[in-house]
Design a protein around this ligand. Structure first.
Ligand SMILES: Cc1cc2nc3c(=O)[nH]c(=O)nc-3n(C[C@H](O)[C@H](O)[C@H](O)COP(=O)(O)OP(=O)(O)OC[C@H]3O[C@@H](n4cnc5c(N)ncnc54)[C@H](O)[C@@H]3O)c2cc1C
Length: 408
């Protein structure tokens, strides 16, 4: 049996390991645009100079050799033809398979702002080749502009600060990392970044740029009229799934590749996992989906159940924040805040269920919160001194309603 996996990131590598463990003698081929395996989550360490490309290879240098896997590096798959059980590689031509797993993830998106798609020194940040381009641009650069202050934007800012590059960060919301943080939770991070030399332009939008004769951006222009000087620009304005190569294949794509609970596509011997399947946008979920798909490819009938994607942990300058669920209260929601000098905790309770939780400071022993939010467990009114709750408070689970019963 020959298994072809497209992609060598979180989902692809987890799948390959699983197939190899379950089917020691099967043939495994992996093809990817990436030239080397690397962790996207560690790109800021590469840009900041703390880790080399080898050190962010999360699979290990001898992964392919050790697992008897053929790796086609720098190999873009441009088409898939299920009728012939083959994929088309830009370098290798037709690659046949018995089973195909698509783990092509996503790529960055540059919005159609005047000059942004044309200038030579505007970069996104998704993979090691982007990180290398930013690393090159940062050499000798005094200042840059970062558009977007989500987790990827802050990763880039953190790394570039380490390099001594002044970052001006433009964010259209009124606080940094707006998807995860409210104003209170965002404030200490903003202060840390400012102390490290960053400037924030909040509630502002980029609307264009000035370029020199060589086609490089020299200034980013804001709708407010400001002109921000820059040696280069990093844009972190969201991602798009890598699905275009499936056009005409018959594999159902609805923005992302459509999969069922077993990570199967609509085509019998083709699976998809990770960000390309659109169930989540975080590393551990991509890896778990890859593993689940691989188990189903080999034998089992294993369901992927963790569809809860709204979970983020961030750690900058030694301050950690866990954010679970959508951080926006609606009329009628109860917002509970516990704040002290060293920690901040906020819960949004809707119809008796905690739908959002922010914990900033000590996030140890918060596993049960994740279950509480993920499962939509009802928390009784008298139990809502939230910061004092622990596993011990939930002593039983009502079999009919699935509701955790609070002991007191
Ligand atoms: C800077 C950054 C920081 C992040 N930090 C975190 C974090 O701290 N925690 C967290 O949980 N998540 C983080 N994420 C998100 C996380 O990296 C992704 O959820 C994860 O990488 C998804 O893995 P994947 O295997 O689905 O796809 P990807 O990582 O996107 O990999 C896709 C693979 O497919 C290949 N590919 C794509 N198209 C083709 C094609 N046509 N032909 C051949 N090969 C192709 C690529 O080369 C690559 O190997 C971060 C992401 C970025 C960009």
């Amino acid at each position: 049996m020959k298994h072809l996996i497209i992609g060598v990131s979180a989902a692809g590598i987890a799948a390959a390991k699983t197939i190899r463990a379950l089917r020691p003698d099967d043939e495994i081929v992996m093809a990817a645009k990436d030239k080397e395996v690397h962790s996207r989550c560690m790109l800021h360490h590469f840009i900041g100079g703390a880790k080399s490309a080898e050190e962010i290879n999360f699979a290990g240098a001898d992964f392919f050799e050790k697992n008897n896997i053929k790796f086609l590096a720098d190999e873009e798959i441009t088409a898939v033809t299920p009728q012939k059980n083959c994929a088309l590689g830009a370098r290798s031509g037709e690659i046949t398979y018995d089973t195909l797993l698509i783990t092509t993830g996503a790529r960055y998106f540059i919005p159609p702002i005047q000059g942004f798609r044309e200038a030579k020194n505007v970069f996104g940040l998704r993979d090691l080749s982007d990180a290398r381009r930013i690393d090159d641009a940062a050499k000798g650069a005094a200042e840059c502009v970062i558009v977007g202050s989500g987790l990827v934007g802050l990763d880039a800012a953190y790394a570039l600060c380490e390099r001594g590059v002044k970052c001006r960060i433009v964010e259209m919301e009124d606080r940094i990392s707006p998807l995860q943080l409210d104003k209170t939770a965002a404030a200490p991070y903003q202060k840390f970044f400012e102390e490290a030399g960053c400037e924030f332009y909040l509630s502002k939008r980029a609307c264009g740029m000035e370029m020199d004769d060589a086609g490089n951006a020299t200034h980013v222009l804001l709708e407010s009229g400001e002109r921000l000087p820059c040696a280069f620009v990093v844009v972190t304005a969201g991602v798009r799934p890598n699905v275009e190569f499936l056009d005409g294949s018959g594999i159902t794509v609805d923005r992302c590749v459509k999969v069922d609970d077993y990570m199967r596509t609509n085509v019998e011997n083709i699976w998809a996992a990770g960000d390309v399947a659109g169930l989540s946008g975080i590393w551990p979920n991509a890896a778990l989906q890859g593993e689940t798909a691989a188990k189903n490819i080999c034998c089992g009938c294993v369901k992927y159940t963790d569809r809860y994607a709204m979970k983020n942990t961030m750690n900058f300058f030694g301050l950690t924040t866990l954010s679970l669920g959508p951080n926006s209260a609606e009329p009628g929601d109860e917002v509970i805040i516990n704040e002290c000098r060293t920690s901040y905790m906020k819960a949004i309770v809707r119809d008796g269920r905690v739908i959002h939780l922010t914990i900033q400071g000590d996030i140890s022993n918060t596993g049960f919160w994740q279950e509480l939010v993920k499962r939509g467990v009802k928390v009784r009114k008298e139990a809502r001194a939230l910061s004092r709750l622990s596993y011990a408070d939930f002593w039983n689970c009502d079999e009919k309603s699935g509701e955790y019963l609070w002991a007191k």
